[in-house]
Write a protein that binds this ligand. Structure first.
Ligand code: PEP
Ligand code: MN
Length: 337
């Protein structure tokens, strides 16, 4: 149930409405918009008559959301959500670019690549300290030590960092270091982990599950929002299909679908989407043309020597070239980079 407030609704009225909803066993979520303030009441609303909610002072109208995803839905919030991280914004007119190595290896390499991607226009540094590897014998990431490397490079470059959280037990430590907490594809339906990040107040980059439908993807974002964290960013990163030429099949149709169904920003990771270096740039351009709000790209000083995902990783020069072509595509679709 969403309760649309009158334009001049006062703080006292909002407080009163929230109290009344709580007394009915519902959880109220304030969803401020440019034009109107909405309170989304989540829970068992079936027995709550519209007239009861309508009668509260400050209420303009009451609407029912038919979809299973409520807080995530564009029916609840009409305007695009812009996630703010320091002075960076995800969503809105400007395309946001997150770039960096797959894994955090050492400070020197991370700093070198951070300076390069920053020079080319990247807004965020990405890098995994906790790595979800298919083999238990492969490099699993440096853990907290890797977070410290990211922190050091952030302080030297001023770039905010995006890094993955895999285990609910590491939430506190990752929250302490990360500017954006990434939930990887393999954990998109790890509901305990989603609830944990939902309790933090750090923006969450939610990657689409390997075999997740768009509806399941939307429902996972709902898990995070239902805990009170409304700063969620979708990331399409390719799904499993019968096709084996590419590592995954990058579902770019998910971009306009998610933008239609939800007010949350949507970014695309073409690196994991295709798994092959030469295909990253064309799919990155296509993602922006399709309406993505940003990109996540793997970049390493020497991709051949990368500890993970070297085959899909760009070197700084290839990344710089991509950024140049990107600016033309962004302009063509009314965006900037
Ligand atoms: C990553 O971004 O390094 C990563 C492991 O991504 P995904 O979860 O999409 O495989
Ligand atoms: Mn990777």
């Amino acid at each position: 149930m969403i309760i649309v407030l009158k334009p001049g609704a006062t703080q006292a009225e909002i407080k009163h409405i929230k109290k009344q909803l709580k007394e009915k066993g519902l959880t109220p979520h304030e969803m401020p918009g440019m034009m109107r303030m909405v309170i989304a009441a989540v829970g068992d609303t079936a027995k709550i008559p519209d007239e009861w909610a309508q009668a509260m002072p400050g209420v303009e109208k009451v609407e029912r959301i038919q979809k299973a995803y409520k807080l995530v839905s564009r029916d609840t919030k009409k305007e695009d959500t812009i996630v703010k991280v320091g002075k960076e914004k995800i969503g809105g007119k400007k395309i946001c670019v997150m770039a960096g190595p797959c894994s955090v290896e050492n400070v020197a390499g991370l700093l070198a690549v951070a300076k390069e991607v920053k020079k080319s226009g990247a807004n965020f540094l990405r890098g995994g300290a906790y790595k979800p590897r298919t083999s238990p014998y492969a490099f699993q990431g440096h853990g907290e030590e890797g977070l410290k490397y990211l922190d050091e490079v952030r302080s030297k470059t001023g770039m905010p960092i995006v890094t993955e959280l895999m285990d609910p037990r590491d939430t506190e430590v990752v929250e302490r270091y990360a500017d954006i907490i990434q939930i990887g594809t393999r954990n998109m339906q790890n509901f305990s982990l989603l609830k944990e990040v939902g309790k933090t107040r750090k923006p969450v980059l939610l990657k689409r599950g390997l075999s997740a439908t768009i509806k399941e993807f939307l429902m996972s974002a709902e898990y995070i929002m239902s805990e009170g964290n409304h700063n969620v960013i979708f990331c399409e990163r390719g799904i499993r299909t019968f096709e084996t030429y590419t590592r995954n099949t990058l579902d770019l149709s998910a971009v306009p679908v998610l933008k239609k169904e939800s007010h949350l920003p949507v970014i695309v990771d073409p690196s994991h989407g295709v798994g092959k270096r030469d295909l990253v740039a064309p799919m990155a351009l296509a993602a922006v043309a399709a309406g993505a709000d940003g990109l996540m790209i793997e970049v390493h000083m020497d991709p051949e020597k990368a500890w993970s995902d070297g085959d899909q990783t760009l070197n700084p020069k290839a990344f710089a070239n991509l950024m140049k072509s990107l600016s033309a595509v962004a302009k063509a679709v009314g965006r900037t980079i």
